[in-house]
Design a binder for this molecule. Structure first.
Ligand code: FES
Length: 603
């Protein structure tokens, strides 16, 4: 097989790829993470690269559809569709890179009385002698019983393997970490008592290092989920595992490698080692949960969308490859349904929404939007396929929340005033900017209720399609204008229509009207940055007074933290998951009618 030298700039990654490997696969192998929302099918248009030098295969029909003639002329190609025919130098535009990207780790501050699953005890053992021949393990268990009244029956096999030398090295003084009558870790006296909480999101992973004794957060970090290179939404990743079963193992490895790196980095912040972490809690949507545990995921994408397991699980960290204390456990909160997972349980737990009186909505908006209606003590949820438009996909100049993304904008007379992430020169539009753009065009009368784009000095027709110029070529020093097209508006109508449909179906099911909603809790990264007024203007959210909306940041991460430090909160989480009902949206009696109405712009 012929090998070609590839040079990805400005990332600076170079290496060889075989002739039968797409540029996307080659980039992945070289550690260049390109956005591939569709998992390499040539339909999302996210994996663009520009061929600077060298020969590549002819554009495929999907590329001719996804790329404008000008882009093709400038050498832009979809990396998943393109093969090198010789050595090449390529430029990766910022919007095609999965990182850097803004990650959301902070959320509402929640506390609980620390009552962790793992407790530590300092014990001093009498050394053995010719008149005391008790074995080391029994000696430890007896000391725990005698000195702390802890009835401990087993010692983890990995702890046992190292027990004898450690007891002697530490002069018979040890700190034992005990979980449910099992010794899961040993350390010298006065060692730290650390726990790791993780929100394993489809796009981002948030990690929190906690002191289990005090419940204090010691370090926090957010990273991009490296599985993104295998498709940005869960459906694309599930499809990958179906097409190539070995990919499931790779997806699990990627998640675990990311969590291990997170553990190393978080510990480094406080001068600790990952082996000092004696318990972890991981929350994620059902697909992330299953992929992490290497459970089958194909059934999640097939009606009736049943998860492999709903109940909370405790697994040995080493069984999933997590590099914390060898005997430690990972606790996974329970799932609600195939598309409403443990992360939503964590949101309900952290916000205490499940205990609310009156009518409340709790939602996490993303490629999949989960909504839960709490109504007089009853809870019912839906999952809305809002799609990837809020992540900037299928939007001509859409991008994820990275440097240079327009995150907010206003139309003032005929001028567009905008704010970009990091104050960098504008590159494209991220989700919050896209919502603002749609709201502003509607308020200015450029869009009518059906979403049709009318006339305006900034509207032009480009390649047969109307588009509104947000940042012109002149304003970008000759680079292509940033626009919002008629097609973009249609994509957004589908996305926002799906969210509003979910809300309406829930309310109808319980006999409520939108005015009955006393509070709307919006969790998650996207929900943190959106302008709620824009979301109401376009009709994604119901027309309620703005003070009824509460943006709470990464509540799933906060829920994971609570479950880490408090056994009672784990019991609460289990109760929540059992009590929340689930409606499959498409089976709701008036689904088609509600969705058609929800597609209109405006409240
Ligand atoms: S078009 Fe390339 S990954 Fe989708």
């Amino acid at each position: 097989m012929e090998l070609y030298q590839l040079d990805f700039e400005p990332v600076g990654r170079r290496g060889q790829c075989p002739a039968d490997q797409s540029l996307l696969e080659a980039a992945r192998q070289l550690g260049v993470d390109l956005v591939s929302l569709c998992g390499g099918k040539g339909t999302c248009g996210c994996c663009k690269v520009q061929i600077l030098t060298g020969c590549v295969s002819e554009p495929t029909p999907s590329e001719r559809e996804a790329l404008s003639s000008q882009e093709l002329g400038d050498g832009y190609r979809l990396s998943c569709q393109t093969y090198a025919l010789g050595d090449c130098k390529l430029r990766v535009p910022p919007e095609s890179l999965t990182a850097p990207q803004r990650t959301q780790v902070e959320g509402l501050e929640v506390t609980a009385r620390p009552e962790p699953s793992v407790c530590t005890y300092q014990v001093q053992l009498p050394p053995p002698s010719l008149s005391d021949l008790q074995a080391d393990a029994e000696r430890l268990l007896e000391a725990l019983e005698q000195q702390h009244r802890v009835d401990c029956r087993t010692i983890d096999i990995e702890v046992l393997r190292n027990l004898s030398p450690k007891l002697r090295t530490w002069n018979w003084k040890v700190q034992a970490s005990v979980r449910d009558e099992e010794v899961v870790a040993l350390a010298p006296w006065s060692s730290r008592h650390l726990g790791l909480a993780v929100d394993l999101g489809t796009t981002k992973i948030a990690g929190y290092l906690l002191d289990l004794s005090s419940g204090r957060t010691l370090a926090v970090q957010g990273i991009i989920n490296p599985q993104i290179a295998y498709g940005e939404d869960v459906i694309a990743r599930i499809a990958r595992t179906r097409d190539a079963p070995a990919e499931a193992a790779r997806l699990q490895e990627l998640a675990v490698e990311a969590l291990n790196q997170l553990a190393v980095d978080l510990c480094a912040e406080i001068g600790a080692k990952p082996e000092e972490i004696v318990e972890a809690v991981v929350v994620g949507n059902t697909a992330m949960h299953h992929l992490f545990l290497r459970f089958p995921v194909e059934q999640l994408a097939l009606s009736p969308y049943v998860p492999a397991v709903k109940e909370a699980l405790d697994v040995k960290a080493r069984d999933v490859g997590l590099g914390i204390a060898p005997g430690a456990y990972v606790h996974l909160l329970p799932n609600i349904a195939g598309f409403v997972g443990a992360d939503h349980v964590a949101v309900l737990l952290a916000t205490e929404a499940w205990q609310a009186e009156g009518v409340l909505l709790a939602m996490d908006i993303g490629t999949n939007t989960e909504v839960c209606l709490v109504s007089d003590g009853e809870m019912i949820s839906v999952s809305c396929a809002s799609g990837p438009a809020f992540e900037g996909a299928h939007i001509k100049h859409g991008m994820r929340a990275a440097s240079g993304a327009i995150e907010h904008l206003r139309l003032v007379d005929d001028r567009v005033e905008y704010q970009t992430i990091g104050g960098a020169p504008p590159v494209g539009l991220c989700g919050s900017g896209i919502l603002d753009a749609m709201a502003q065009l509607y308020l200015a009368g450029v869009l009518d209720r059906t979403g049709r784009m009318g006339n305006h000095p900034r509207v032009r027709v480009q390649e047969g399609e109307r588009e509104f110029i947000l940042v012109s070529e002149e304003e970008r020093d000759g680079r292509p204008a940033i626009t919002i097209t008629q097609h973009d508006v249609r994509e957004l109508q589908l996305a926002k229509g799906a969210v509003r449909t979910g809300i309406r179906v829930l309310l109808e099911t319980k006999g409520h009207s939108e005015e009955d909603i006393e509070q709307v809790i919006i969790a998650g990264a996207f929900g943190t940055y959106i302008d709620v007024a824009s979301a109401v203007t376009i009709g994604m959210l119901p027309p309620l007074p703005l003070d009824r909306f509460r943006q709470v940041g990464n509540a799933a991460g906060m829920g994971a933290k609570l479950a880490l430090i408090s056994r009672s909160k784990r019991v609460e989480a289990q109760a929540i998951a059992r009590r929340v009902g689930y409606i499959e949206l498409a089976t709701a009696p008036r689904f088609a009618q509600i969705f058609a109405q929800a597609m209109y712009i405006g409240s």
